[in-house]
Design a binder for this molecule. Structure first.
Ligand code: SF4
Length: 315
């Protein structure tokens, strides 16, 4: 089971400044089937609930935090709470962070910054900024962006892949386990970043005969960077052609034709990716192509999340 750090208000906790929640059903009901949550709320920790709203004021290089009505400087209190919440999530084996948008604490690129009374643009909130600095190449998103099916699919794929990487890191005993891991992720990595995929292959080949510890460390560092890239329709079509090439000798000409038509329909945004994937999987089962059936790209996360079922999932 995955473990995710999530803004407490998104989990339904009535912890916002006005004692309301902003429960996000995708997180609690869909991801909640496969993940447990570590809630955080720096503002509740610093000021309790209900509380006065705060805003970030940029003063040349420095930012300070003030309460909106009473104009108290609460920079120190909120910074302490941010550090505390960071330590809390650091101590858990999390594989992702989901933040609440637009909040001066949690917003990811969506927190308003002020210069005096004037808004001067949107940046990372205080906690979001701190998380990004500590958790590098890590799945971090805010709930408002996850409404976009393309971002949502990419993010969830990254979460599950990151979790697999953590499990491998924890349990690896032999080089063969690393080779098997890379083999299973071949097409998914290719769909993210072709050049990195090839570099990862070279690391696994380990011609320099480095120790398992060193190779695994190098591999997983680049793996995490690679899965942080977004896929695209073009890259996915390329991978689909590679997959077909894998068992084209077994396929009848009618099956080949059907697959190519489906890939074209996906490229032209007429059918969603799941339609093509189901056909690939069906044919891989029919011809017992175990190499393809073992590919994470076919099933990167539980099917009932249904993230590849909408045309808008591709970009
Ligand atoms: S500080 Fe973050 S977790 Fe707490 S209420 Fe605001 S947005 Fe939600």
């Amino acid at each position: 089971m995955l473990k995710l750090a999530v803004s407490a208000c998104l989990l339904g906790e009535q912890i916002r400044y006005d004692k309301t929640a902003q429960r996000d059903r995708f997180i609690t009901d869909k991801l909640g089937k496969y993940a447990s949550f570590v809630p955080f709320c720096p503002e509740h920790l610093a000021f309790g609930t209900p509380r006065e709203t705060i805003r970030i004021v940029q003063e040349s290089e420095h930012k300070k935090v003030i309460t909106v009505f009473s104009k108290n400087d609460v920079t120190e209190a909120i910074n302490e709470a941010v550090e505390h919440e960071l330590r809390k999530i650091q101590s858990e084996p999390i594989c992702g962070i989901i933040l609440k948008s637009k909040s001066p604490s949690c917003g990811l690129g969506s927190a308003k910054y002020y210069s005096g009374a004037m808004s001067e643009g949107k940046k990372d909130g205080l906690f979001a900024f701190t998380c990004k600095a500590y958790f590098v190449d890590f799945p971090i998103e805010e709930e408002a962006r996850l409404i976009d099916p393309w971002l949502r699919e990419n993010f969830v794929m990254q979460l599950f892949a990151y979790h697999d990487a953590m499990v491998l890191q924890e349990n690896i005993q032999t080089m063969q386990e690393l080779v098997s891991f890379h083999t299973a992720y071949k097409f998914l990595l290719q769909s993210k970043h072709e050049a990195n995929y090839r570099l990862l292959g070279k690391i696994v080949a380990n011609h320099a005969k480095k120790s398992l510890h060193v190779v695994t460390h190098e591999y997983l560092a680049l793996f995490k960077k690679t899965i942080a890239h977004k896929g695209s329709i073009g890259k996915t079509v390329n991978v689909l052609h590679h997959m077909v090439g894998f068992f084209k000798k077994e396929l009848s000409s009618a099956e080949k034709q059907e697959l190519h038509l489906q890939i074209e329909a996906f490229r032209d945004e007429i059918v969603p990716l799941i339609a093509v994937m189901n056909t690939v999987e069906f044919l891989a089962k029919k011809y017992n192509t175990t190499y393809l059936l073992g590919q994470k790209f076919l099933n990167p996360y539980p099917k009932d999340l249904a993230l590849r079922s909408v045309i808008q999932e591709g970009k």
